[in-house]
Write a protein that binds this ligand. Structure first.
Ligand code: 4HQ
Length: 286
């Protein structure tokens, strides 16, 4: 009953197909793969959608690696209890600090000491909102450990004791942290070298410049009586770029006054939420 819980590797090629107790430092994927560890009571949900399309191909190519640790296996009693009733009363259940801490410690045993290059992240609506700026920082690191909560969440003390960063995907409530974890992994992995076909496409996304994206069109030229805006068929690349910028600005002003204020405050045409690049020459605006 005190066996070392076994992590599961995902992807077509595993360095350790038999997944025995993990020898330290011998499981590095070649050539700087980004390593993701997921702590969850539902490891069977992974890789899930991450096995498809670009992230799936990159996983098969070992551009990134995924290891799930089943939190339940770190429970010490025979029923593998991971939760308990909330102190002070109230509805629901809370994940036990001792069990969650054991899972985090196991995950971090072979991770770099430098937390900035391999943070432990808890997905929660109480977290700081996830931004593309934070996604870029994570993608520049070596890996990340993601804690997926269920029930009412985890005991606050384990978050404090293990220096866990809380990130939120938005102001809504899900049943668990697994779907937010998958979303975060997708956002980070797509920024790793070799994952997207066209490297330029990550830079050209207008959201990276702090604006919502301009509208996109493709053939047919007329669909259900609706035409593609004439400028896009003109071949005037400078005027097309100007039109797209104007569209992006209009849309941002209308839907996201918060982003619009930030864009204007930093002079426009700057990396979103990136103070270092703020203050560059602006351009005409109303
Ligand atoms: N949950 N952004 C509650 C979320 C969430 C979100 C995850 C539900 C954590 C305990 N996570 N569990 N929104 O709603 O990240």
């Amino acid at each position: 009953m005190s066996e070392t819980p076994k992590p599961r590797s995902h992807g077509m090629f595993s360095a350790r197909p038999t997944a025995g107790p993990k020898p330290l430092g011998t499981d590095q994927a070649p050539g700087g793969a980004f390593r993701v560890k997921v702590l969850t009571i539902f490891p069977e949900l992974f890789p899930g959608p991450l096995a498809a399309s670009l992230t799936g191909k990159a996983l098969a190519e070992r551009l990134w690696t995924l290891e799930t640790l089943d939190i339940r296996r770190f429970a010490r009693n025979k029923h593998r209890t991971v939760d308990d009733t909330p102190a002070g009363g109230g509805p629901g259940m809370v994940m036990k600090p001792d069990v969650v801490a054991a899972a985090i410690d196991a995950a971090q045993a072979d991770a770099p000491r430098e937390r900035a290059r391999w943070p432990v992240i808890y997905l929660s609506p109480r977290g700081r909102p996830l931004t593309q700026a934070r996604v870029r920082e994570l993608a520049a690191g070596e890996g990340m450990t993601l804690l997926c909560g269920r029930f009412e969440g985890v005991d606050e003390r384990v978050l404090e004791a293990r220096g866990v960063e809380e990130l939120s995907l938005g102001d809504f409530v899900l049943t668990g942290g697994e779907i937010p974890a998958m979303a975060l992994i997708d956002a980070v992995v797509r920024l790793r070298p070799g994952v997207l076909g066209n490297e330029a496409s990550t830079e050209e996304e207008s959201f990276s410049r702090g604006l919502l994206e301009h509208p996109h069109y493709t053939r047919p030229q007329v669909w259900e009586g609706r035409e593609i805006p004439e400028i896009l068929l003109s071949g005037h690349h400078a005027r097309i770029a100007e039109w797209r910028r104007a569209q992006a600005e209009e849309l941002t002003k209308e839907r996201r006054p918060d982003l619009w204020r930030a864009y204007r405050a930093t002079g426009g045409d700057t990396e979103q939420s990136d103070a270092k690049t703020a203050g560059r020459a602006g351009r005409k605006r109303d």
